[in-house]
Design a binder for this molecule. Structure first.
Ligand code: NAG
Length: 399
């Protein structure tokens, strides 16, 4: 069995530092003081895309991992053929810091990328510090549709059978983790932290993947704790603690033509606290494509003072410039909310705002109990939907 890791045009740095994390803007430039450098090429990596470089990677990793002080593992530009890779910890001082200077990332929109590896396992803990505070002022995405995105801390691309266990991500410049075109991906016990007001710092973004399980994660960040984008199937999210953040979101869907469908999503046993949304499905108004999202179940969810605990929004358009005259063409169907309890910080606890072009079909709510923490009774709002209901319903269903 041949396994591939292709690091194409990649030049990334791992910084291990047991010292202070904060603001050394010149990291990696002239300060060679106590930093040891481990270059995979010095460990025998050939980077010709044909001979197996696994041993060199693992030896370089082991040396960097076992070294005291500030450590840098360098993977120079090139194509590396590697086999079964387990970057195993615990490292002596597993603290990875991202370079702050954005020009060092060139046109790359990620810091660390794992691509096309079969059976990669990352264990042993460790912390990835994206040092995002210096980059956030350069993020134009909240205002500009055609923004250049900042680097995502860790991107997994076209991976198969991946396990990531116990990793911590702090203050990413953009997303903390992105899982793209992966098959059979499991993340267990991940911790994510960034300030509540940090822009586009989604915790885990999943797109065009199938067979993804995210469990026992603790996520507090400035955007969605978990976002499930287009083209995903068989996604299971359970045991997540979310907040602050924008909640657990499906979408936004329908921004681009030719998006894939979302199907087979289960979100279970999650607790959301103080988030700007709870369980959200959002699709763009004016969507160019006609994709669908179906067979999605949200169950056993606790909401603590969450704004918009249950929300379907098919008129999503965060920019002043987009015209929302054409309804969303993304079809939503077969959606269940079961046993969703707790408090809403806004009076409308359940908002089901579907597209007038393609009304939502087969949406069922079972045992929903959400009280408005402001005192007056919580309310429901609905548009272009005939939902069905069973069990407890607080707020009462739309008339
Ligand atoms: C719905 O999704 C679940 C979870 O992925 C899956 O087990 C089930 O087979 C799907 N049902 C249909 C009708 O596709």
């Amino acid at each position: 069995m041949k396994l591939f890791l292709l690091l194409l045009c990649l030049f990334f740095f791992f910084f291990f530092s047991s010292g202070v994390v904060a603001g050394d803007r010149k990291m990696g430039s002239h300060r060679s003081s106590s930093r040891s450098t481990f270059n995979v090429k010095s460990f025998g990596a050939r980077a010709n895309g044909r001979s197996d470089d696994s041993k060199a990677f693992l030896n370089a990793w082991a040396a960097a991992c076992g070294s005291d002080g500030s450590t840098k593992l360098i993977v120079p530009k090139g194509t590396y053929l590697v086999g079964l890779m387990k970057f195993r910890g615990p490292c002596k001082n597993g603290y990875l810091k991202a370079v702050e200077d954005l020009s060092r990332y060139g046109s790359s929109d990620n810091w660390i990328e794992f691509r096309e590896i079969n059976r990669l396992t990352i264990t042993g803990g460790g912390t990835l510090d994206g040092q995002g505070a210096a980059a956030w002022p350069y993020n134009k995405c909240p205002k500009n549709f055609h923004c250049k995105v900042l680097p995502t801390s860790v991107k997994f691309v076209r991976m198969t059978h991946t396990v990531v266990r116990g990793l911590t991500s702090l203050n990413s410049k953009f997303f903390h983790f992105a899982v793209l075109q992966c098959v059979n991906f499991r993340a267990i016990g991940i911790r994510i932290s960034a300030p509540k007001d940090s822009p586009n710092t989604d915790g885990i973004h999943i797109e065009r993947s199938s067979g993804v399980t995210i469990s026992q994660a603790t996520i507090g960040t400035g955007d969605d704790c978990i976002s499930i984008g287009q083209g995903n199937s068989h996604i299971t999210i359970h045991g997540i603690t979310c907040g602050p953040g924008h909640g657990i979101s499906v979408g936004s869907l329908g921004r681009y033509p030719n998006e894939g469908d979302v199907k087979g999503l289960v979100v279970k046993d999650c607790t959301l606290t103080g988030t700007a949304n709870g369980l959200r499905i959002k699709t763009w108004a004016n969507s160019p494509g006609a994709s669908s999202a179906r067979n999605m179940t949200f169950e056993d969810i606790v909401m603590n003072n969450v704004a918009n605990p249950i929300i379907i929004d098919q008129t999503y358009c965060p920019y002043a410039s987009c015209s929302s005259t054409t309804p969303s063409r993304v079809r939503l169907s077969d959606i269940k909310f079961k046993n969703v309890r707790g408090t809403s910080s806004t009076p409308v606890a359940v908002s089901l705002d579907c597209s007038p072009g393609v009304p939502c079909r087969n949406v069922h709510l079972n045992d929903v109990h959400l009280d408005f923490s402001g005192g007056s009774p919580a309310k429901s709002a609905c548009d272009n939907i005939h939902a069905s209901y069973s069990g407890t319903q607080i707020p009462p269903p739309c008339a």
